[in-house]
Design a protein around this ligand. Structure first.
Ligand SMILES: C[S@@+](CC[C@H](N)C(=O)[O-])C[C@H]1O[C@@H](n2cnc3c(N)ncnc32)[C@H](O)[C@@H]1O
Length: 360
């Protein structure tokens, strides 16, 4: 729990009344120096893993997709991957390692990283390479030919929370009494009620839903930043109406040291706050921004289309050879790598993530 964040929250709430949940998230996840993401990215010694931090083979498979986009655009001499929220930089490490020949020479990498501490971590790995550069916001991107990529980033975009009431909808805001943060139900205007009407048809009194406030604006920036190429978003989420019906109490959860929780006020600044991505809203924002939608697929289907099954078969063959040759440590090493590759496509886990693609 960060006392500094609590102090800031109390001051803000005292001055302006209960704040929206997206404002609360902005502060507790992203404020410098006390926000959760200032000190926590996946991978390494951290308590949570994402696909690129779990196995370098994620990046090696994704390289094939990036290279195919490059080839589809006529193999331009300069081709840029713009990675939004790149965390500990494992994805770039794998892709740059796998990118060879003309494609490797053409490849540039731009990190979009709002937090200086995280950018510093990325710079420590790649700062001396002229392939890499950094910006703090997609707005600053001079339009590129290439791929804009965001893995497990949109789920962390701040969201508002609404609850169905007997006679309409209320917004869940964040109040402060004595030493405690707590929920405050707040009336909403007709504009919001109208916006939420499609969801309300599927929900009952007491049910909740999250709405990400910044998606439209972010997508417009992404579309502007792409002269030509592909937008790829990978995350957990659903389409409408399942996005509401699968999680009638809302999908917001917290993670603290790998442990799942439900109370965002318990460890302010010390836990991640996330919710499933509504990919229908993402698709609408992309269309509005002038992008052309590609088929939505699962991570399992996507990685298999990039050769995951063949890769696993190859690892199994090498495993069997090592076992037959009595090379026990080698056998264990190959098996451990193969298990991680399989986890990338596991049902009920990373394999169920959705891969959203759009092009310009
Ligand atoms: C769960 S981590 C994923 C990191 C990395 N992509 C990976 O897969 O390991 C989410 C990251 O997204 C970053 N993030 C959230 N909103 C962002 C935004 N609008 N622009 C850039 N990064 C953002 C957070 O700071 C955090 O580092």
């Amino acid at each position: 729990m960060s006392p500094e964040l609590l102090y800031l929250l109390r001051r803000r709430i005292r001055a302006a009344g209960p704040i929206r949940f997206d404002e609360f998230m902005e502060l507790v996840l992203y404020s410098d120096p006390h926000g959760y993401y200032r000190n926590n990215v996946p991978g390494g010694d951290s308590d949570y893993q994402t696909s690129p931090t779990l196995s370098p083979w994620f990046g090696l498979l994704v390289t094939q997709e990036i290279q195919a986009v490059w080839e589809g655009l006529g193999s331009p001499a300069e081709f840029t991957v713009v990675e939004v929220g790149g965390g500990n930089a494992d994805l770039a490490a794998a892709v740059v390692d796998a990118a060879e020949g003309e494609f490797g020479n053409a490849l540039k990498w731009v990190y979009v990283e709002p937090l200086d501490s995280v950018a510093a971590m990325q710079r420590a790995r790649f700062g001396s390479s002229e392939k890499f550069s950094w910006i703090g916001d997609l707005d600053e991107l001079a339009p590129v030919t290439g791929v804009i990529l965001a893995n497990e980033v949109l789920d962390n975009f701040p969201f508002r929370i609404f609850e169905v009431a007997k006679d309409g909808v209320v917004e869940i805001r964040v109040g402060f009494t004595r030493h405690n943060l707590h929920e405050v139900r707040f009336p909403v205007g007709p504009e919001i009620a109208e916006q939420l009407a499609p969801a309300l048809e599927h929900l009952d009194p007491g049910d909740r839903l999250e709405v990400r406030s910044g998606i439209k604006e972010w997508m417009a920036k992404a579309a502007r930043g792409l002269a030509e190429g592909r937008l790829i978003i990978v995350d957990y989420g659903d389409l409408e109406p399942e996005t509401w019906t699968r999680h009638p109490s809302g999908s917001m959860v917290t993670y603290r040291q790998g442990e799942l929780g439900k109370d965002p006020f318990e460890e302010v600044g010390g836990s991640d706050i996330t919710a499933h991505v509504n990919f229908s809203a993402v698709a609408r924002a992309a269309t509005d921004a002038g992008l052309e939608l590609l088929a939505l697929q699962t991570q399992k289907g996507w990685l298999e289309s990039l050769g995951l099954k063949e890769l696993v078969a190859d690892f199994r063959r090498r495993e069997a050879e090592a076992q037959a040759g009595g090379q026990h440590p080698e056998y264990l090493r190959i098996m451990a790598q193969r298990s991680k590759i399989e986890l990338l496509a596991a049902r009920g886990g990373l394999g169920d993530y959705l891969v959203f693609g759009a092009k310009k």
